[in-house]
Design a protein around this ligand. Structure first.
Ligand code: SF4
Length: 308
């Protein structure tokens, strides 16, 4: 833990690697089993991947070209960053044969300044062979951040939003990754339909039992054109919604219940306004969100794990 009142992943990375690691998004053209017909075609009801990645990363460009353009973009914003991670973000980035994964990942790792990979995927797209390979990359000195999208601690929600995997599968994937020293990150969404504030807070105790290294959270944002948008219009009563101060207070309550050694990579985030049907918080930058969280923790004189 640093002097902050919560365990910030950015501090942990800086301690481990001596400097900020800037992520460069790569769209390597993966799909996901919930979209290509392996499990389903419709996808998760909130999903529109276009909303979650920058314009420089498009799959018609090679991995190296995307990294070069991403580097150019970020160098102007963060001139002091020296080390980069290739962030395989859109869709499910382990959903391909291992041979293909190796080609893509190794192209990224050979790019100057790239010291490792961040890989977003689903719990059911990680088999032993892939995990062994990722563990071998890590053992060779590369940074490997494996982000497993779990989204909810409740099977009823996972079913309702058409995730097509269960909580038990998520636990199994996290345990398999952790047993190989990968210290996985899990991603969750707050505000999914059918979940009360209390259910979300109780989720902390389920998350605390997982052998995770870090966690990442987002508030639900209703993306235009998704089935979730139609559900929200027809049944707003199924959704918990927050003003920004309410969400900050909710997250402070959640943090109090969260294991202190779990590093928090993100607690909220906004997709570009053109993709969402409303921007109830206005346009808040991440740095302002973090400032507000830290201020509220101070005001309430509390910290991560205080309620455990
Ligand atoms: S959220 Fe992920 S798993 Fe769900 S449909 Fe979109 S890409 Fe597939």
């Amino acid at each position: 833990m640093t002097e902050r009142r919560y365990n910030a992943f950015v501090d942990k990375l800086r301690e481990q690697y001596g400097s900020r690691l800037q992520k460069l998004v790569v769209d390597a053209g993966f799909c996901c089993p919930n979209r290509d017909g392996t499990l389903a075609r419709g996808g998760c009801t909130y999903c529109d991947n276009k909303a979650f990645h920058p314009s420089y990363s498009t799959p018609d460009k090679s991995v190296s070209q995307q990294l070069a353009e991403g580097l150019d973009f970020h160098r102007r914003r963060y001139p002091r960053a020296e080390k980069y991670l290739a962030y395989f973000q859109p869709y499910s980035n382990t959903f391909a044969p291992l041979k293909r994964l190796k080609e893509l990942y190794e192209e990224a790792l050979s790019f100057p300044g790239v010291v490792g990979l961040a890989i977003g995927t689903r719990p059911d797209c990680l088999d032993e062979e892939k995990l062994d390979y990722l563990a071998s990359l890590k053992a060779s000195g590369k940074v490997v951040l494996l982000e497993i999208g779990i989204e909810s601690c409740y099977d009823s929600t996972l079913e309702h939003i058409n995730r097509r995997h269960s909580w038990a599968q998520a636990v199994e994937a996290v345990e398999a990754a952790a047993s190989r020293g990968l210290a996985p990150c899990a991603h969750f969404i707050f505000g999914l339909p059918g979940e009360s504030r209390e259910m979300m807070l109780e989720g902390a105790s389920k998350i605390n039992c997982l052998p995770l290294g870090s966690v990442k959270f987002h508030q639900l944002q209703i993306v235009r054109g998704t089935p979730m948008e139609r559900e929200f219009a027809a049944h707003p009563e199924r959704f918990v919604t927050w003003s920004l101060p309410e969400y900050i207070d909710f997250f402070v309550d959640f943090l109090e219940r969260l294991r202190p050694d779990l590093a928090v990579e993100r607690f909220a985030g906004e997709v570009p306004p053109r993709f969402v049907n409303s921007t109830p918080w206005g346009l808040v930058r991440n740095v302002d969100l973090l400032r507000m969280l830290e201020k509220r923790l101070e005001e309430r004189d509390t910290y991560q794990g205080a309620a455990l």
